[in-house]
Design a protein around this ligand. Structure first.
Ligand code: HSE
Length: 454
């Protein structure tokens, strides 16, 4: 049943904010919204005990009113007009968990313009429009909190913005997309093919509405954009991230990596160098003995290297209803504690106060320096020597070179596997170009980065 929230709410103007519950208007009551509503209800007393006051959902906007009413019950008005929730005078904080970037940008900016704090799990929105949104929030003295946007259950934004504030962060690297990690785990452990593993991830609710965002690395790039901004004090720069997903990854390379003692993971990496910042999402070889190689299923893990802390690592569920709710509610508790504070006293939106932010350039792909894995198909096993000679001539430093173990049933069984020492991408590209033109080479050369995460 539709009830107009404007008419059904009790006006609370004039009641000091700190004496009444924090009043939440929620846009979207899908997987994340329903989880947030459920956890808020279940843990009401303990959350209030931590926040210093209650946190109540006072209205919800949803496309399907009947479904929404079924979730929130008769006590919470529902509307199909998100903008009314965003601008309603009795909403203190907008929780935007509808997703998407077009309309969501409008709701969030409208809420900010009406003096409301915003909590969102919408990584695409902030990765693409963060600069505009954070700037508007500063102008209006309100908070925009987004712990649920990155590696949901892991409080990594809080770790970067608060726990690690003493450090010059050197790099952040992690498995920050649950869907692709689930797919890679299923392919490796159960021999599932890509399509079957993706279908299972979708059925479990891990994948984005458009799973292309997951499998092409875009979702991870959205999250990496936010991690890098908080780690280095740089603006959000989604357009500058080098993005590669897992759709072109071949099962053969998963097996060859295993032979060399590595596992392949889709990693997001933000690395501060003297000349700028590397921002990249790509499938990479990780040593099989490393903790990161054992992050399986839809789990996420993020490592942060600080100059004082050294390497720290954070592990938890990267997707899921209540797992995301955990982060959204943590943000709400932070907002509930803000009353009486001046904006300048609060944790800055991106970890650094605006005057201290910097514009370190993002390094071009050709300048990124890592070790590499190459798989070179050759006509005969003896051609390994020709590959070695060519790489030596091109001055690509090689650490290991072996023939791939026989692949039963494979027509092109001779594969030379190469692990290089760290080299810039430009040098590797030249080597691959030269290999591709060599008469000993029998097919397309595959390359992947190697990340030792040391
Ligand atoms: N589709 C995302 C993932 C959901 O698989 O990680 C959480 O952001």
């Amino acid at each position: 049943m539709y009830r107009d929230p404007v008419q059904s709410l009790q006006p609370l103007h004039g009641v000091p904010a700190a004496m009444r519950p924090l009043r939440v208007g929620m846009i979207g009551i899908g997987t994340v919204g329903a989880g947030t509503f459920g956890v808020l209800a279940r843990n009401q007393a303990l959350i209030a005990g931590r926040a210093g006051r209650g946190i109540e959902v006072v209205m919800v906007a949803a496309r399907n009113l009947a479904r929404a009413a079924g979730i929130v019950g008769p006590g919470v008005p529902v509307t199909d007009d998100p903008m009314r929730v965003a601008t309603h005078p009795d909403v203190d904080v907008l929780v935007e968990v509808a997703g998407g970037t077009g309309p969501a940008r409008g709701w969030v900016l409208a809420a900010i313009a009406h003096g409301k704090h915003v909590v969102t799990a919408n990584k695409a929105l902030l990765a693409e429009h963060g600069t505009e949104i954070f700037s508007a929030a500063r102008a209006h003295g309100v908070a925009v909190a987004y712990e649920g946007a990155v590696a949901v259950s892991i409080p990594i934004v809080k770790a970067l913005r608060e726990g690690l504030t003493a450090n010059r962060i050197e790099w952040v690297a992690g498995i920050i997309n649950g869907t692709t990690n689930f797919i890679l785990s299923k392919m490796r452990d159960e021999g599932l093919d890509f399509a079957a593993a993706l279908a299972e991830a979708q059925a479990l609710g891990y994948a984005e509405a458009d799973p292309t965002f997951d499998i092409e690395g875009i979702d991870a790039a959205h999250k990496l954009t936010l991690l890098a901004a908080n780690a280095f004090g740089t603006p959000v720069r989604f357009a500058d991230v080098q993005v590669e997903g897992i759709t072109a990854l071949q099962g053969r390379d998963v097996a060859c990596a295993e032979q060399l003692g590595f596992r392949i993971k889709l990693l997001g990496v933000a690395h501060r160098r003297e000349e700028g910042v590397e921002l990249r999402v790509q499938p990479a070889l990780v040593p099989a003995a490393h903790l990161m190689a054992h992050v399986n299923g839809s789990m996420n893990a993020v490592m942060v290297k600080g100059d004082a802390s050294g390497v720290t690592m954070y592990y938890g569920a990267g997707a899921g209803s209540e797992q995301t709710a955990s982060a959204v509610i943590a943000d709400l508790v932070d907002v509930a504690r803000l009353d009486g504070t001046q904006a300048a006293q609060r944790v800055p939106h991106q970890g650094f106060h605006p005057h201290a932010m910097n514009t370190l350039p993002v390094l071009p792909r050709a300048a990124v320096r890592t070790s590499h894995y190459l798989r070179v198909p050759v006509h005969a096993a003896s051609h390994i020597e020709a590959v070695a000679a060519l790489l030596a001539e091109l001055k690509l430093p090689v650490q290991q070179m072996v023939l791939a173990a026989d692949q039963p049933g494979s027509a092109d069984a001779h594969q030379v596997l190469v692990l290089t020492a760290p080299a810039v991408q430009g040098t590797v590209d030249l080597a691959v170009h030269a290999l591709q033109a060599h008469p000993a080479v029998a097919g397309t050369v595959a390359t992947l980065r190697v990340e030792t995460l040391g």
